[in-house]
Design a binder for this molecule. Sequence first.
Ligand SMILES: [Zn+2]
Length: 261
Amino acid sequence: MKITFLGVWMVPVDGDTVSFVLELDSGEKILVDSGVNTVRNLVNANIDPCSITHLVITHSHGDHIAGLPVYLFYRYKYAPLVNKKAPSLLKVISTQDTWEAVKAYINIPYPNLTNNPNIIIEEYVREGGCLKISEHYMMNCFITNHNPITFGFKIINTFSKKSIVYSADTAICKYVFDMAEDTDCLIHDVVADSKFPMLGKAGHSLCNDVGELSNNSRVKMLVPVHRLPIYKGENDKYKEELSNAFHGKLFIPMDGDVIEI
Ligand SMILES: [Zn+2]
């Protein structure tokens, strides 16, 4: 599995908000949430925006859906006309509440855009639900500690047993702990270090807690996202707090970084 980070931040001061593409060995390309400049970020990463096969929408906060109207406009109005690309199927993975809210948001600037027959949702995400992505890939979903309703997931190659867990936005959550046991890669909301204790009580997670959770779950690689832009420069305290309890591999991504699991 290949992960391309399109954005890693809480707000798009310089880079973009949290979004990434998961490319599976079976060919599927899963766009997880949508930062402000999704089209440009995909093009910069050499990923054709029309080649995305699945769209995960974890929840309806602005930093996770801001780019969707323009992304879908590009894909279903601009590219067919200008780039002469036949519209292709996009499978949406989300909860019913989130998809209803996000459809309304997309259809304000572009009325009826989500009525395109190529945009489909096969099955809504439910707590504990398990979706089959392809022959060898399953996605297990869980509801996180965040408001409005938010889900995270574990994607597993049932053949090689390799897995990636994404916490989505969440305060420390027992479902993440359970799902992350022995995972190859945990991408977790780590909004700040202990300088900002209030953010740890507002539906997000802090370095010390995520380090401890990751170590207790025997996570092989921890990838902190949803960081405050003040951590864009070198921030030793942030790394130090994560490493206090976590002794596995730590990878702190920047926009555009790619890793293979
Ligand atoms: Zn959120």
